[in-house]
Design a protein around this ligand. Structure first.
Ligand code: BDP
Length: 636
């Protein structure tokens, strides 16, 4: 009972901290959606200071009237769409524009609220509707919105012109950090020459990466919903909190239905609890034959004036807990056998693409992967929804990658980092698949400000969501890491026989054993090997193994696995391969058209390592003995 009360209290507290909502747009009897994906007009601002678009106010007129425009696909990164090397490597403002007709019925009904939503634009974005600025957002990988009904209703009619300017420049206080460097030596560089430096190992793809859409709600609407779940014996509990805008005393009715659409629980009021008899818990893939069970929670609000709004939220009922040596889901030990990913593919770069998402989930399931980390930024909401439905467990990482410079530990950076965590938790808090937050990847956590920085960051994240553990991914020395004391789970990256002792496979087992014993000895917290691996150029072979061949990649994995198999009996709770698939990076002497540590090529064809991992992951899953015969490897 105490736990239940505590959950309710935490729920109320967490909602207070979060402020306004960012619910995924869904249609319902009271809401409509209009996707604006497809072809947009596009113009990169090649002026020397990249500022012509603003000084000449390109947003005030159709983009074609400002100069030459090209067709651009949305969603997509713009970089690989043309044959133009300058556009591929462009830094600065690019301009997108689309004309759309807004349904007259939306405009005529003054009780309809019209919202413009951008799923993600990398990195800064400014949005105008019919030349009126409606939104400015800083940060890629996360959605932002603007209410635009007043702009539309005060206009002159006709189609609505949406202009979005996007800038991919990173600075030291953004996440991820980066910097523009002017190279002023006229004997070596052209006039005005500059480059963008960043400290992370993936290409800085840019543009409008996720869907742009218009949606409606009534003026009185469900602004946010937070759910926390638990269970006792066969009864599930869904604690919910609904925030409503536009009505002081709305009537709120909540109901929960199972997959068969039958209602299993109801409740009234802005916050409360749904009691679910004979609960179907949300279980990870391969841990239960009915993995990824999702209920549908319908929230219906009615205002004093009779106006109603309906929102349907998918809900999975599960618990997460960390002990000194285990990660528990629904009170059972969970072992992460999974992958690190990127949003990355040919042509579209980081643009959202359904065929790619579905293929990747099929590949993960084929491989027996039960989890992934959203290295190194939040992935599209649709990907998390897939993870919910397929029971794939997610470590949800913010874009805190490349925090290596002392200045990126200052207060300005920290403030921004806290805001990004607020946006991330606000967006992803209701996904059962998300079991842990990662606040950063490989920061310089031995630098003195890191202690204060991570203490604040972890505490803030826990105040936003007291129900999930928090971590960051480290590659520091265990004895000098200043952030590790604050995390719930130690996540360590190491590349033995690759970046250290390259070519020497024989060092792996000894160094990895030492790594685990050191970290566990000092912190007594469970450990995930959050990255390990080696590059393999597909089709390159050598036996005995040599670096960059498929045989070498396979051997690195095999030697790591020997140690995992010993330590997972004790305190190692997971292994995430770096990386699921090859991905694009900036050009450099250590990268051959991108990073080749994938188990799959960038086109999603398996390398030798993929088959090895498949054998291993299915074998680990079978150890639990919960799988029916039909699900055992090799099953198809
Ligand atoms: C790790 C980074 C990851 C890199 C990987 C590598 O976390 O982003 O891509 O190394 O070098 O340190 O392959």
């Amino acid at each position: 009972m105490c736990t239940l009360l505590l959950l309710l209290l935490l729920l109320v507290l967490s909602v207070c901290v979060n402020g306004g909502g960012m619910l995924y747009p869904r249609d319902s009897p009271s809401r409509e959606i209009r996707e604006l994906n497809g072809l947009w007009s596009f113009r990169a601002d090649f002026s020397p200071d990249r500022n012509a678009g603003f000084t000449q106010a390109w947003y005030k007129q159709p983009l074609t009237e400002t100069g030459p425009v090209i067709d651009m696909a949305v969603p997509s990164s713009f970089n690989d769409i043309t044959q133009d090397v300058e556009l591929r490597d462009f830094t600065g403002w690019v301009w997108y524009e689309k004309e759309v007709w807004v349904p007259v019925r939306w405009l005529q009904d003054s009780e309809t609220r019209i919202v413009l939503r951008v799923g993600s634009a990398h990195y800064y974005a400014v949005v105008w509707v019919n030349g009126v600025k409606v939104s400015v957002h800083e940060g890629g990988h996360l959605p932002f919105e603007a209410e635009i009904d007043s702009v539309l209703r005060n206009g002159e009619g006709g189609p609505c012109r949406i202009t979005i300017a996007v800038n991919n420049t990173l600075d030291l206080h953004t996440l991820p950090p980066g910097s523009i460097q002017y190279l002023n030596d006229p004997t070596r560089y052209p006039k005005g020459y500059f480059i963008q430096n960043y400290n992370f190992d993936f290409f800085n793809y840019a543009g409008i990466h996720r869907s742009v859409l218009l949606y409606t709600t009534p003026k009185v609407y469900v602004d946010d919903i937070t759910v926390n779940t638990t269970f006792s014996d066969s009864t599930g509990f869904v604690y919910y909190n609904v925030s409503v805008v536009g009505s002081a005393k709305p009537t709120v009715k909540v109901s929960l239905s199972g997959k068969d659409k039958r209602c299993v629980a109801t409740a009234d009021g802005v916050f409360g609890v749904l009691k679910v008899p004979e609960v179907n818990l949300w279980w990870p893939y391969l841990m239960h034959e009915n993995a990824g069970y999702m209920y549908s929670m319908e929230v219906q609000i009615t205002a004093e004036n009779g106006q109603t709004d309906v929102y349907m939220l998918p809900v999975g009922i599960r618990t997460v807990q960390v002990t000194s040596s285990k990660f528990l889901i629904n009170n059972k030990p969970f072992y992460f056998h999974g992958v690190n990913k990127h949003e990355d593919a040919d042509i579209r770069g980081k643009g959202f693409d359904w065929p790619l998402v579905v293929k990747d989930f099929n590949l993960m399931k084929w491989m027996g992967a039960n989890s992934f980390r959203t290295s190194h930024y939040p992935y599209a909401e649709e990907i998390l929804q897939m993870a919910d439905r397929h029971g794939i467990v997610v470590i949800d990482e913010c874009p805190g990658v490349g925090i290596k410079d002392i200045r990126s530990f200052d207060n300005k950076s920290l403030d921004h980092h806290l805001i990004v965590m607020e946006e991330l938790v606000r967006r992803d808090k209701n996904h059962p698949s998300v079991v842990m937050w990662s606040v950063a990847n490989e920061p310089a956590s031995e630098m003195p400000p890191a202690g204060f920085y991570f203490k604040q960051l972890v505490a803030h994240t826990k105040s936003l969501d007291p129900t999930r553990p928090v971590t960051f991914i480290t590659d520091s020395n265990y004895a000098r890491d200043l952030g590790a004391p604050y995390v719930d789970v130690i996540c360590v990256n190491s590349y033995f026989s690759w970046y250290h002792d390259p070519g020497h496979l024989e060092v792996i087992t000894i160094q990895l054993n030492t790594q685990f014993d050191n970290w566990y000895g000092k912190y007594k917290k469970p450990i995930i090997q959050s990255e390990y691996g080696a590059d393999a150029v597909p089709g390159l072979h050598n036996d005995p193994p040599m670096m960059f061949t498929e045989e070498y990649q396979r051997s690195v994995l095999q030697d790591y696995h020997k140690v995992f198999d010993q330590k997972r009996k004790d305190f190692v709770i997971g292994e995430l391969i770096w990386n699921f698939a090859d991905f694009m990076t900036a050009q450099g002497i250590t990268r051959v058209v991108g990073n080749k540590k994938g188990m799959f090529t960038r086109q999603r064809q398996p390398k030798a390592g993929a088959f090895l991992l498949r054998e291993r992951y299915w074998a680990i899953a079978n150890e639990t003995g919960v799988l029916p015969t039909w699900a055992k490897y090799p099953c198809h």
